[in-house]
Design a protein. Structure first.
Lengths: 115, 887
């Protein structure tokens, strides 16, 4: 896995949100998931572009649902994570954890009240 | 209009704005477009509208457009390396515009007004002249009318049949009669439904298949039958969209023998809003269906492929000549006129629309000149920066690109704001329209309008950006540093160029102001023109009795309602007329007449006449003067010889220099000898439908002798006529509660309705011209104040050498006036050359109207003085010591 590229921060976040939504995640629900869990309001355009890029990298696959009237007869594109996607996540997570090693103590101190 | 029931309003609340969808359709990549739009619509409807209301939801939608456009533009710029450099230029442009917000605001406002007015007028042009009709191959559809002595009129059913049988250039020929109404009572509250009468093949010719059922058999066109086709709307509204409706019998006007043959598709409508389509043969309208002179219908035909309108015209002219020889009694002097069907909808609106389009085109040129001027003024301040960059090795191309980016950015923002303005503007414009449009003609900002606006924005960027870009990429380092970026030969050259732009702006606004002046003066002349009758304080409305009412019942109804209304407080007179002046649609109601003792040859010289059946009180109530003979009397009744009154023009045309009283004539199409009419009086001329052409020949018959249940009431009042509207309607319902009272309006309101096109165009032209003058003033202001700034030192020296502040003031104003004089001269010459484009729309004033041609220059001189006053004052206040020390 030497040449595997690392996930960007937004890519990482979105892959995790897709996993959390199970098989039924689509752009709107993924955005909402991120907002509710992380409190971050990712721009709509960024979500679409990142989802598309992750699909091109084969970390995600997508399928279309039946069109519904409330969507003006348009289909919904739902996303699922692929095994490549899982590997990439695990790789990125591992890298982060290795970097964090031994630094947690500093974090704990940051939360102590200043004297 | 009642807002919640307006379908446009409802749609706007439930769905994403059309413009949003149109923009996103262009911005989003193909693969994701549907999903993204679906997501947006879902959120819009299920969350945003309930939470933020319609207005908030619209704002939200536009925010999403901006966010998505920005994201995808960035994405593309990142991917294609070439665009990143441009992205850098864009960033610089955004920053530099942000640094001078006042300048940016002025430029963007100018652009938004120029581009927005173009988008708004183009969306009208698009809807009225370009949008598709629901008919198959509409370019092959034509309307057929009869013509005599250059006047168009209706055609007879028999002639339509002749044309169908004797020519092979048409795929089909149908006839229709617009403007009928029927009351439908069952299945809800009684409702008067607009209807047309038609031959069996009308929709076949138009090329629109029915949604349900099929048209009635052909023999319904020649015998009394009750075939009916429903509009989609009425089928949904009054029949619950029941698919089993075909074959059902229903009652209209209390006659229960109508059979539903079919239902139209949604969005199909002919010629304008109609709910019912009935088989054409009605014995009252067509007493003799074989009579070629009984001309009461309009024809519509489909040309065979490859046949041009001109070829068809020639063919019909041949046919008309054959008919003249074969049927001289009915067809001598009668020709047939054929015109593309779209023209019959658009008709007189076309020249007005094209004129407006031209006007906003000029306005756009002024906008471009103004923005170019502003950009050049700004370039002056940057001159030093430019030459330093050039000296440090920046290529001219690089500098050019930077300036071009700035003007593209400005015009893009201007275009977006312009579109928003236009979206509002179209709503206001449609309120100016005062005639019925077919339901398929809908005003909306579609992809074509969007594309047009984008093209306009690009052109604007080009026109307004090129000059400043070229000028600012040139620079002489030594010259510029020497003169501190102000004076020098380059500065002088730039000054000349800016002055030339201002002169161009002024001359273009002269053209617009002259046009506006002529159109406004025409409108005023028409509102003040003599109509021949008294329009003051008169309420008018129509009551159409069902055809099932017999003569006695019609008579009793009219007499009873008239006396009830006359008894109302404040009412000074009541009269009836079947064909009230100013109440008619654009269709001519013209009939032919035959004088006693005329040969068929002589008959061809008779004009078409406008037949009106009136009550005895008519002339007295409307103050139409009797100039010879007598008016109608109660003794002119069914049992006595039939009498008529004619207008002075008709009397002069038929019996020039002799008395008309006692002469006899009959209205063609009515057969028997007893139909001869004796002229008993001559009355004053009345203008009835077209105020510009003076072509009415009026014949008046007495309602006592010719019963007609479809009449207009004219009620003269001592006070505001609107006040008695309710009481008058009560008077009608007291006699017969079944009858609807419609088309309620005062004569003054009718006059405004007849003049709506002229009023709308005059108003819009005036607005555009005012805008143009304002922009020109801004241009003058810019150039003059810039000149004052550059010449501060010179002014300081002059003041030090003893010039008075007053002299300085005069000099600065004089500079502005010189520019104005040049512009006015060029503009007047252009106006004189262009005046013939409006000459057909000018009436009552000369196209070289001295008031307009003298007033416009005076107005512009005043505007110029106003625009130069501020820079002139600041020149006066220059302190010689300070200005010299600054150097």
């Amino acid at each position: 896995m030497q040449d595997q590229e690392f996930l960007g921060e937004l890519e990482h976040t979105i892959l995790l949100a897709v996993m959390r939504r199970g098989d039924s995640g689509y752009a709107v629900s993924i955005r909402r998931e991120i907002l509710e869990r992380v409190g971050r309001d990712v721009s709509r355009g960024a979500v679409y572009i990142t989802l598309d890029r992750l699909e091109q990298k084969r970390y995600l696959t997508s399928y279309l649902t039946h069109p519904t009237p409330i969507r003006g007869g348009r289909a919904k594109r739902c996303y699922q994570i692929t095994s490549n996607g899982l590997q990439a996540l695990s790789h990125s997570r591992g890298a982060m954890l290795r970097l964090w090693e031994g630094l947690e103590g500093r974090l704990a101190r940051a939360h102590e009240p200043a004297v | 209009m009642n807002q919640p029931s307006d379908p446009r309003h409802r749609e706007a609340v439930e769905d994403l704005p059309r413009l949003v969808v149109a923009v996103l359709n262009r911005v989003l990549p193909d693969r994701l477009r549907d999903n993204v739009l679906g997501d947006l619509r879902e959120e819009f409807r299920s969350e945003i509208v309930p939470r933020s209301g319609p207005f908030g939801a619209r704002l939200w939608a536009w925010r999403q457009v901006i966010a998505l456009s920005a994201a995808y533009c960035r994405e593309r710029a990142d991917w294609k390396g070439g665009l990143t450099a441009w992205g850098g230029d864009l960033r610089i442009a955004v920053r530099s515009l942000g640094r001078s917000p006042m300048f940016s605001f002025l430029v963007i406002l100018t652009l938004a007004l120029g581009i927005g007015s173009n988008a708004a007028i183009f969306s009208l042009v698009n809807t009225v002249l370009l949008n598709p009709t629901p008919f198959r191959r509409p370019e092959r559809l034509v309307q057929i009318q009869a013509v005599r002595g250059g006047e168009r009129g209706k055609i007879s059913l028999r002639e339509i049949r002749d044309i169908r049988e004797q020519s092979n250039i048409f795929e089909g020929v149908a006839a229709y009669y617009p403007g009928s109404r029927y009351t439908h009572s069952s299945g809800g509250r009684p409702e008067k439904l607009p209807a047309i009468l038609m031959t069996h093949n009308l929709f076949e010719v138009l090329g629109v298949p029915l949604a349900l059922g099929a048209a009635w058999p052909e023999d319904f066109d020649r015998s009394r039958n009750f075939g009916l086709i429903l509009s989609h709307n009425v089928w949904k509204r009054r029949f619950g969209g029941d698919p089993g409706v075909v074959g059902r019998k229903i009652a209209l006007d209390n006659a229960s023998s109508y059979v539903i043959y079919g239902v139209l598709r949604e969005g199909v409508d002919f010629p304008v809003h109609s709910d019912l389509y009935r088989s054409i043969f009605i014995s009252r309208f067509f007493p003799n269906i074989e009579d070629r002179a009984s001309r009461g219908v309009l024809g519509v035909a489909r040309l065979r492929p490859g046949i041009t309108v001109d070829a068809a015209r020639r063919h019909l002219a041949d046919l008309a000549r054959q008919f003249e020889q074969r049927y001289p009694t009915t067809n001598m002097g009668v020709g047939f006129e054929l015109s593309p069907l779209r023209e019959s909808f658009v008709g007189e609106t076309r020249p007005y629309l094209l004129l407006l389009w031209g006007a906003v085109g000029l306005l756009l040129l002024i906008t471009c000149a103004n923005v170019a001027n502003l950009l050049m003024g700004r370039a002056v301040g940057r001159q030093q920066q430019t030459v330093v960059r050039l000296a440090l090795g920046a290529s001219r191309w690089r500098l050019l690109r930077q300036v071009a980016t700035e003007s593209i950015l400005l015009s893009s923002i201007g275009a977006v704001l312009g579109l928003l303005l236009a979206d509002r503007g179209v709503g206001l414009l449609t309120q100016l329209i005062r005639f019925e449009l077919p339901s398929w003609m809908r005003f909306e900002m579609d992809a074509r309008v969007l594309l047009f606006t984008m093209a306009v924005a690009v052109l604007t960027a080009l026109f307004s950006g090129v000059l400043p870009a070229l000028r600012s990429s040139h620079g002489d380092l030594a010259e510029s540093l020497k003169s501190g970026g102000r004076g020098g030969s380059a500065g002088a050259q730039r000054g000349r160029l800016r002055s030339a732009l201002v002169v161009a702006e002024i001359s273009l606004s002269v053209v617009l102001l002259v046009g506006a002046g002529l159109l406004v003066r025409t409108f005023l002349a028409l509102t003040e023109s003599r109509l021949g009758f008294d329009t003051h304080n008169t309420l008018t409305f129509q009551v159409a009795l069902p055809w099932t009412y017999d003569e006695t019942r019609v008579n009793a109804f009219q007499r009873e309602t008239m006396s009830r209304i006359a008894a109302l407080p404040g009412v000074t007179g009541v009269a009836l007329n079947t064909n009230l002046p100013l109440a008619q649609s654009d269709l001519p109601h013209q009939k032919e007449i035959v004088l006693e003792g005329q040969s068929p040859d002589q008959r061809t010289t008779n004009p078409f006449v406008n037949v009106q059946t009136v009550s005895e009180s008519y002339f007295d109530t409307l103050r139409i003067q009797l100039s010879e003979g007598r008016e109608f009397q109660p003794t002119d009744d069914v049992g006595t010889p039939r009498v008529a009154l004619i207008s002075r023009r008709l009397a002069g045309r038929l019996w020039p220099g002799r008395s008309a009283v006692g002469r006899r004539f009959r209205v063609a199409g009515e057969q028997a000898e007893v139909r001869w009419l004796t002229v008993v009086g001559v009355v004053g001329d009345v203008r009835s439908s077209d105020l510009v052409r003076d072509e009415n020949y009026d014949v008046y018959l007495s309602l006592r002798q010719v019963r007609d249940g479809w009449t207009y009431y004219a009620v003269k009042t001592a006070t505001d006529p609107h006040r008695i509207a309710e009481a008058a309607a009560q008077g009608i319902w007291a006699v017969d509660p079944e009858q609807a009272v419609y088309d309620v309006m005062t004569f003054e309101e009718r006059l405004m309705r007849v003049l709506w096109r002229r009023r709308a165009v005059a108003m819009l032209f005036a607005v555009f011209a005012a805008l143009a003058a304002f922009l020109a003033a801004a241009g003058i202001y810019g150039v003059v104040s810039n000149a004052v700034q550059q010449r501060t030192r010179e002014i300081g020296i002059r003041l030090a050498l003893g010039a008075t502040p007053r002299q300085v003031l005069r000099q600065v104003i004089w500079q502005g006036l010189q520019l104005a004089a040049g512009g006015i001269m060029v503009g007047l010459i252009c106006s004189l050359a262009l005046v013939r484009t409006v000459v057909s729309l000018v009436y009552g004033v000369s196209p070289f109207d001295p008031i307009t041609f003298a007033g416009v220059p005076l107005l512009l001189v005043a505007v110029t003085v106003a625009a130069t006053l501020h820079p002139a004052r600041s020149a006066m206040r220059v302190d010689p010591v300070v200005s010299l020390r600054q150097e």
